[in-house]
Design a binder for this molecule. Structure first.
Ligand SMILES: NC(=O)c1ccc[n+]([C@@H]2O[C@H](COP(=O)([O-])OP(=O)(O)OC[C@H]3O[C@@H](n4cnc5c(N)ncnc54)[C@H](O)[C@@H]3O)[C@@H](O)[C@H]2O)c1
Length: 321
């Protein structure tokens, strides 16, 4: 593998050196977006093993990879990615994880915030929307500096599935999933397009049928992808790691790319609650200035999604419930 050029002077801390954390560290290393990658985990022995292994990959890049001595090593981080937490078991929904991971965030986030008051928090732990809001509450950071990976993953899967159905490169499919990174997510059919044409127009021009049942199956495969992967291999890691790098890149490069990420706001009159909408990403965080024109069904779906996330958040905040 050829040696890369010098990366920018960027430190990224990853809290949680498990499957998602380490795959993200590896993807970041190869992306050349950071000069220093620091892994922080309660299991320091595991983190040390991962760092030794990663440092051999770092031989081909320029980033330094090391284990954190403690939360003080978050100081000066441009981004702190949080992937610590328990994972879904086959058959569990993301919302089933809420209480355990909420308690974990109560111990992790204040320590990160104390040592890195100017950082951007990027949350991947599930249920990601509930925990993005928890991270904002617990850090006291402005909303734009607390970002959840949200439906960036589902949007990628949706474009992949549409690309496969229409035999078009997913890069030329523009379509988003909004709302919860979970069962109440909403595919925005009204704006989905290929080569600038809405799907029905594309089908008419291309002389192919717009197949409603096939589109339902696309949405179902998108929503169910993680369940299918977990049923077979017990976890998901490569997709989410690439998506996290795709969120880190516009922040580090300050390039205003639009990515569908989770952020606290008021949605369809419900909130404050964190859910995903397309946001502009740059070095000050995620900005909600991409006004989507949704139809009535999509707006109603968004309202329901916001309510279901709020319900989960309230049950997590109240340990007695
Ligand atoms: N957002 C997404 O798209 C997405 C995709 C896949 C997984 N996830 C979520 O990411 C999380 C991690 O998944 P995984 O497969 O990497 O799990 P994992 O079990 O492999 O890793 C979790 C790591 O967290 C560490 N940890 C636990 N408590 C900690 C604490 N207090 N401080 C620091 N580290 C701590 C553990 O030691 C472990 O190394 C899960 O919640 C999972 O559901 C999110």
């Amino acid at each position: 593998m050829p040696l890369q050029s010098e990366p920018p002077n960027v430190k990224i801390v990853i809290v949680g050196a498990g499957s998602v954390g380490v795959t993200t560290a590896y993807a970041l290393l190869l992306s050349n977006l950071a000069s220093e990658i620091v892994l922080l985990d309660i299991d320091t022995t595991r983190a040390e093993g991962e760092v030794i292994d990663l440092s051999h990959a770092a031989h081909f890049a320029h980033a330094k990879v090391r284990v954190a001595r403690g939360y003080e090593d978050c100081a000066g981080a441009t981004i702190v990615i949080i992937t610590a937490g328990v994972n879904q078991k086959p058959g569990q929904t993301r919302l089933d994880l809420v209480k355990t991971n909420y308690r974990l965030f109560e111990s992790v986030v204040p320590q990160v915030a104390r040592h890195a008051p100017d950082t951007i928090l990027l949350v991947a732990t599930n249920p990601v929307d509930v925990l993005t809001q928890a991270a904002q509450d617990l850090s006291g950071f402005p909303t734009e500096r607390v970002i959840g990976s949200g439906t960036a993953m589902d949007t990628t899967r949706f474009r992949h599935e549409l690309g496969r159905h229409y035999r078009v490169n997913p890069r030329n499919v523009h379509a988003v999933i909004i709302g919860e990174h979970g069962d109440s997510q909403i595919p925005v059919w009204s704006l989905a397009s290929i080569a600038g044409m809405r799907l029905r127009d594309y089908c008419r021009q291309a002389g192919v049928e717009y197949d409603e049942a096939a589109m339902d199956a696309v949405a179902q495969r998108t929503r169910g992808a993680a369940y299918e992967i977990i049923k077979r291999k017990g976890k998901t890691n490569y997709g989410v790691a690439s998506v996290l790098v795709g969120i880190v890149e516009p922040i580090v490069k300050n390039n205003d790319a639009i990515v569908t990420v989770s952020r606290v706001g008021i949605y369809e009159g419900v909130g404050p609650v964190a859910l995903s909408m397309p946001c502009k990403l740059n070095n000050s965080g995620a900005h909600m200035d991409v006004p989507l024109m949704l139809d009535d069904v999509e707006r109603e779906g968004l309202r329901k999604s916001a309510e279901s996330i709020l319900e989960a958040l309230n049950s997590a905040r109240n340990p007695e419930s």
